[in-house]
Design a protein around this ligand. Structure first.
Ligand code: FAD
Length: 286
């Protein structure tokens, strides 16, 4: 069983401590890689870089740095990518990024920037032999004209050099299976790893889902009903819900899971334990 974990760069010292406690807890499970997200704007760019650099220096896990096209010229993005290569990072999660005006606005590329995710993948590949992962949207991207267009875009990203896709999170596995069928029908053979979000906080997850165009089924809302002030039961329910989802995917033959950790380890650690993962020999992380 393979797993990978996604983290976001911390904004405060306290968040940094939480992140590193989580990385140190999850690292012994020997994930295939851990990825660090990237927001628009310079500050996040530096925080992503600093987090990835610390993972390289202090652990033996392989980091994947997310990179987007938003708000920067292609030479600036190339410069960030080169700086990753120089510190030993070989894996980039290449994304277009959300429109600067926010989700729902139309995306306008920087006048001297990469026009879209496909152009970014091609640009990165021409810089160095990065391993490139891209996104996939089992329920369709909120801006997509049709499923067909999304799959065309995924194919274009693969033709440009992507070798793996990670999906937006979803709660109904049927949605993922249908999407895989459509991809196979179109000749897509790269791994399409399911992105799993353990519901640490239902309200927050529902907000994210709305922005991401992911459906929150009624049964899921009902499971968390009345638990706003009961974090202990919420955690138990969250573990049960995630285990159900993951085991249904295992039954269908899925062997790699990408967990959106929200920088918290406990729930993800428990699910990985259920999946049979056990701590391996120590990493460089203290
Ligand atoms: P794209 O592949 O660019 O597709 C987006 C939409 O544009 C689709 O509807 C597609 O059909 C359309 N499109 C793309 N190219 C073309 C074209 N040539 N012609 C016509 N239509 C086109 N955001 C961040 O800011 N930072 C992150 O670190 C981050 N990490 C993410 C990780 C994962 C696994 C996922 C699933 C999403 C992540 N996002 C992140 C969110 C992502 O940036 C947004 O969803 C963004 O709106 C789309 O970028 P994309 O590369 O995922 O999609």
């Amino acid at each position: 069983m393979n797993v990978s974990f996604e983290f976001f760069p911390p904004q405060t010292e306290e968040m940094e401590r939480t992140l590193w406690t989580s990385i140190e807890r999850l690292a012994p499970l020997a994930p295939e890689f851990v990825s660090v997200t990237y927001g628009a704007g310079g500050a996040t760019r530096e925080r992503t870089h600093a987090t990835v650099a610390r993972i390289v220096e202090e652990t033996t896990i392989k980091p994947a740095a997310h990179l987007t096209c938003v708000g920067a010229t292609s030479s600036e993005i190339d410069e960030v990518a080169r700086s990753y290569w120089d510190i030993g990072v070989r894996h980039i999660v290449a994304l277009r990024g959300d429109p600067q005006g926010g989700v729902g606005q139309s995306f306008r590329p920087h006048p001297e920037g990469y026009a879209n995710s496909t152009a970014l993948v091609a640009g990165l590949k021409s810089l160095a032999d990065f391993e490139i992962t891209v996104s996939a949207y089992p329920e369709g991207h909120p801006e997509s004209a049709s499923f067909e267009q999304d799959i065309d875009v995924l194919k274009a990203k693969i033709d440009a050099g992507a070798t793996r896709a990670i999906t937006q999170f979803f709660f109904e596995n049927e949605v993922y299976f249908r999407f895989l069928d459509k991809c196979y029908d179109r000749g897509i053979t790269i791994p399409i790893i399911p992105g799993i979000v353990p519901v640490q906080n239902f309200r927050q997850t529902a907000r994210f889902a709305q922005r991401a165009g992911a459906t929150v089924p009624t049964w899921l809302a009902e499971r968390f009903e009345g638990l706003d002030d009961d974090p202990t039961t919420r955690r138990l329910i969250a573990a049960t819900v995630a285990a159900e989802q993951v085991f249904d995917l295992v039954d269908a033959g899925v062997e790699h899971f990408h967990f959106y950790t929200m920088n918290r380890a406990d729930l993800v650690y428990a699910i990985c334990h259920l999946l049979g993962l056990r701590p391996q020999a120590e990493t460089k992380a203290a």
